[in-house]
Ligand binder design. Structure first.
Ligand SMILES: *[C@@H]1O[C@H](CO)[C@@H](O)[C@H](O)[C@H]1NC(C)=O
Ligand SMILES: *[C@@H]1O[C@H](CO)[C@@H](O)[C@H](O)[C@H]1NC(C)=O
Ligand SMILES: *[C@@H]1O[C@H](CO)[C@@H](O)[C@H](O)[C@H]1NC(C)=O
Length: 446
């Protein structure tokens, strides 16, 4: 029986093996599943590191992938690569700077291990050893505590949901963090739907650890939290395809091919960033919501009929800090009807007022997102720096020559900030700490 199974998998060519140099032991992370206010049950989950960060080698210890290039001997094409290569377990704290304790997870920025220097990480919440935890967000709220005080301009401590497959889609599955996708249709994934992305692989000029392959990994993405100590945004992005979709050519919507709005995903999203929306004193160091200190972040996914099956109508934000409940800031921009939540109408107005393409609506908008959320989404926690545009879209003026224009000012960081080589050398000890994740019906978790 066992051998039949492995023959079958080899036959498909999707047979990336598991190495034995380092056993895979998932750091535990507990969270609370609430049914009503004051009534929550602890769930013992764990986290898993994305496959892209892991050591890939042959049956010995020769690298299949080194720096930002595939081995031409071991990986001349996808199926040879899949046959030759093995993926390793992770030393979470030693190599990747990831530590957890109880209900708290810390992601460190630069970690100098014995063999390599690691930059940032991306992890997923697991339900068990081989399945991601799925969350069905409609008519529910998702709550966590975050400490962004150790994140300078240019970094992004992110917590978000993507429509990945529950089992990771292909061997060796969720246990090794397989199957990532998001609304940027990233080309830097080493494996997509189980197949090595070696075709047309080009090392990224500005990133010694990453490259881009022929295919991209697309799926709907709900950014609950993208932030550093200076700026924050929450942003739905919708794709016209269900689940993970391996794109090729125009449908990837590549920026450098000038096809950003021709792909299957809405790359811009519909963001709510208080600073960008006219309140520069609401969120930040020493401000109404003080990013020098930990805060509780509540995000509610309201439906039109207050049922799980209803149409998604609003995405709301509430903060709790120092025992005080603080409603999200109101927009303060001429042309945008005053609101403190994301709705389809808010998205439509901001796109017009800011002169942005309404790709969010074009790719499905709220009704598309509503459908996507019914399948359940995987929780992602990550810390990253930005080799394309230095995170200026989050925390500075972007486009950089548009200061003062509607929608251009997103945060107080300088347009010269956020260059990865600067932040990596100047702030290696940066980190983000997420804790006390709670999920439940509206108003049950805070
Ligand atoms: C969370 O609680 C709900 C009932 O409120 C239950 O249906 C669901 O299975 C629970 N989820 C987990 C992961 O424990
Ligand atoms: C920013 O938000 C705070 C808290 O909601 C409010 O008191 C203040 O008036 C707002 N400022 C602007 C410019 O809207
Ligand atoms: C980072 O932390 C290490 C270990 O605690 C310390 O030796 C080093 O000086 C710190 N680096 C910076 C730039 O703060």
């Amino acid at each position: 029986m066992l051998s039949l199974v492995s023959i079958f998998l080899v036959g498909l060519g999707f047979s990336l093996g598991v190495g034995t140099q380092q056993s895979e032991s998932h750091p535990s992370l507990s969270w609370q599943n609430c049914s009503a206010k004051g009534s929550c049950q602890s769930v013992s989950g764990s986290i898993v590191l994305d496959s892209n960060w892991r050591w890939l080698h042959d049956s010995g210890t020769t690298n299949c992938y080194d720096g930002n290039e595939w081995s031409t001997d071991l990986c001349p094409d996808a199926s040879t690569c899949d046959k030759n290569c093995y993926i390793e377990g992770a030393d979470y704290s030693g190599t990747y700077g990831i530590t957890s304790s109880g209900a708290q997870l810390k992601l460190g920025f630069v970690t100098k291990g014995s063999y390599s220097t690691n930059i940032g990480s991306r992890v997923y919440l697991l339900r068990d050893e081989s399945h991601y935890q799925l969350f069905k967000l409609k008519n529910h709220e998702f709550t966590f505590t975050v400490d962004d005080s150790q994140l300078p301009c240019g970094l992004n401590g992110a917590l978000y949901f993507v429509e990945m497959a529950e089992d990771g889609g292909a061997k060796p599955g969720a246990q090794y963090g397989m199957g990532y996708c998001d609304a940027q249709c990233p080309h830097d994934m080493k494996f997509i739907t189980g197949e090595a992305n070696v075709k047309d692989w080009k090392p990224q000029e500005t990133d010694e650890n990453a490259g881009n392959g022929h295919y991209g990994a697309c799926c709907t993405e709900m950014d609950i939290w993208e932030a550093n100590s200076q700026a924050t945004a929450y942003t739905p992005h919708i794709c016209s395809k269900t689940g993970i979709y391996r794109c090729e050519g125009t449908e990837c919507g590549d920026n450098d091919a000038n096809q950003r709005y021709n792909g299957v995903c809405d790359k811009d999203g519909c963001d709510f960033n208080s600073y960008r929306l006219g309140n520069k004193t609401f969120w930040g160091p020493g401000l109404t919501v003080d990013s020098n200190k930990a805060m509780i972040v509540v995000t509610q996914f309201t439906t039109s009929n207050n049922q799980d099956s209803g149409e998604l109508s609003e995405i709301r934000r509430i903060y709790v800090q120092g025992g005080k409940t603080i409603q999200n800031s109101d927009t303060n921009v001429q042309g945008i009807t005053t609101t403190n939540k994301i709705t389809q109408a808010f998205c439509d107005e901001t796109k017009v007022t800011f002169g942005d393409t309404n790709d969010f609506k074009a790719k499905g908008g709220f009704s598309g997102l509503s459908k996507s959320l019914e399948s359940g989404a995987v929780l992602v926690l990550s810390l990253w720096d930005d080799h394309s545009v230095n995170m200026l879209w989050l925390d500075s003026t972007y486009p950089t020559d548009s200061a003062g224009k509607p929608g251009a000012d997103r945060g107080p960081c300088a347009i010269t900030s956020g260059d990865p080589k600067d932040v990596e050398s100047q702030s290696p000890n940066a980190s983000v700490t997420f804790s006390d994740i709670k999920f439940g019906p509206i108003d049950s978790t805070y």
